[in-house]
Design a protein around this ligand. Sequence first.
Ligand SMILES: [Zn+2]
Length: 279
Amino acid sequence: MPELPEVETVRRGLAPVMESFTFVRVLLNRPNLRFPFGDDFIDRVQGQKLVRLSRRAKFMIAELGSGDRLFMHLGMSGRFTIDRDFRPGEFANDHSTNVKHDHVIFEMSSGHRVTYNDPRRFGFMELIKPGAPSRLDNLGPEPMSNQLSAPVLRASLKGKKNKIKTALLDQRIIAGLGNIYVCEALYRARISPKRAAGRLTVAETETLTGHIKNVIRDAIEAGGSSLKDFANTDGNLGYFQHRFDVYDREDEPCKVCDAPIHRIVQTGRSTFYCKACQG
Ligand SMILES: [Zn+2]
């Protein structure tokens, strides 16, 4: 499942062919993804200039000349491909092996076709009118931004009796932090995922804040390297392979102390940690 760094990588891949260009043609292959597109989707996007392509948490946000914002969420399996060599108005995608999951096509004035493919259809696209309330309204600070600091995190966690692992997944506390990077940050900070969120010390909160920023930054940098290769390959903005220090490494040796990595389930999600290092 794409997390914040993957979404940021996709945004950086799409920006050069979409940002400041116009949607020449919009094609929908079906009426809905996770949610319906709405009857006016094509009318509101086609012919509009994409003024800015930004990201908030795991949402890409295309700001349109009309003032509408187009939210794009990749869900579990959403991906974009970019190609230049295409027949206008047609879905068929030469390099895609599963054309039937190509749900949306944007033909841009840059001369590129941008295709959204999503076999599981947990992703969605949603148009928000200027000034209208949206899913972004209650999100906490971006992990990489100055809005997230140790004092801010400490204030957010104050009095919280749930586990720190669970608290960090709360999007009102930090926006866009998902299961993988919460496990990685706690491991780097050597803090047990089972600790009560409100009981972290000042020093622990500082260490944790630093590692949250580091794991996200490292993953975005890894994604950036993958984009360099992408330019020379098939135009598929897929997900790069990460090597995680603790996530998905059950029973493998801890990279610090060699003890086996444990997996437990917290609020329905797998947590990976080292009992010795994060005791
Ligand atoms: Zn260890």
